[in-house]
Design a protein around this ligand. Sequence first.
Ligand code: PLP
Length: 380
Amino acid sequence: METLNKATMEEMLSTPNRLLVGAGPGNLDPRVARALTLPLLSHLDPTFWEIMDSTADLLRRVFRTENEATLLLPATGMAGMETMFANLIEPGDKALIGHSGHFGSLMVEVASRQGAEVTEFQGPEDGAIDEEEFIEKLDSDDFAVAATVHAETATGTFQPVQKIAAACQERDTLFLMDAVTSLGGMDVRVDDWGVDACYSGTQKCLSIPSGGSPITFGERAMRKVRNRKEKPCTYYFDIQELMRYWSGGMEKSYHHTAAIPLVYATHEALRVLLEEGLENAFERHIRCSKLLLEEIEPLGFKPFAQPEYRLPMITAVTMPEGLNAKDVRTRLREEWNIETDLGLGEIAEKILRIGLKGYSAQPRNAAYVTLALSTMVGAA
Ligand code: PLP
C-alpha cells in the first residue's frame, strides 16, 4: 500500500488559480469562499437550523416559488434529477420527455430506471423541441409526467417551456424541469409558469462549489407523492423524509448529516445574487455572452446554437479553419490558465463551450478569453 512520506505530508495542498469558464463550476465570489471557512456547527444545532430555514427562504425567492417543499439536497445536480423522478414516477407511469441534448437523454435514462414507460420527443441539437408539437404529443396518451431541460448545457441551447408548463397544468400531467444551468442566470418562474417540480445545481450560475442540488416540489407534486401506492425505492432521496429535516422551525428531525459548509456557501451566494437583483444578474449574463460572441465570431469561432435558442451562460462555438477544439482547450488551460470545456457525446470534439456564468460572468473575463483565443487564430 502506498503511504505518504514525511516530505509530501508536510506540503500543503495547492491548486492552480484558474479562470473557470467551462460548463462546470465557476469561480467563487470572495464572500462565498469566506462562508465556506466559517466554524462548523452541528447539523442538529438550532443555530444551524435557522441557517437552513433562511437558506430555504432564499431558495424560494430564486426559484420564485412559495413551495414549502424547497431544500438543498446534499448531492450534485444528478441527485436532483434522481429525486424528482424517484418520487414522482410510479412503476408503469407514462412519461413524455422532450430533449435535444445529453442531459435530456439522461432524464430518459433516469426516468426509465424508475419504471416509467418513456416516450421520447427529440429536438435538434442546435435548437429546441417545438412547444406546440410537444403539446400535441401530450394529448396522444395518458402521461403522468412531462419533463424537459430548460438550459441544455451540453450544446448551449435554451428550451422555451412556458406553453408546455401551462398545458400540463390544464391536464392531469405534472411538469418537471431541470434548471441546473438556468437558475440564477436566466428567468425561472416556478409558480407563475406552473412547474410542478424543479431542481438545479450549486456550481453553475449560483457560483457555489458543486455538491448541492436545490430542489422544489409544488402542491400537485406533493399530492402525488402522498398518494403513492408504494414508498419511493430510495430513502435518502425520499422528499417526505428529506422534509422532516428541512421543514421550517425547530421541529426538525435527523435524516442525514447536512453538508454544513455547503449550506453556508449557498446562503451567502443566494444573498449575493439577491442583493444584485435577479433581473440585473440575468442582464449581466446576456451582456457578457454578447461581448464574447461579438469579438470571437469575426475570428471564425461560430456559435453552434441557432440564434433564438442561444443560452447566455454557455456559449458553444465551432472552430475556425485550421484549429481543433481539443487543442484549443488544452492551450487555453496550459498557456492562459483558462478552463473551458469540449462538447458532450457525438459533438464532443466539434465544439468548445465557454461558460461565463455566475461570478465568472464578468466583462473582463469575456475580454481575457477573447484575447487568448485571438492569439491562436492564424497561428495554429
Ligand atoms: N442537468 C444539466 C442541465 C447539467 O448541466 C448537469 C451538469 O452539468 C446536470 C444535470 C448534472 O449535474 P451534476 O453534474 O452536478 O450532477
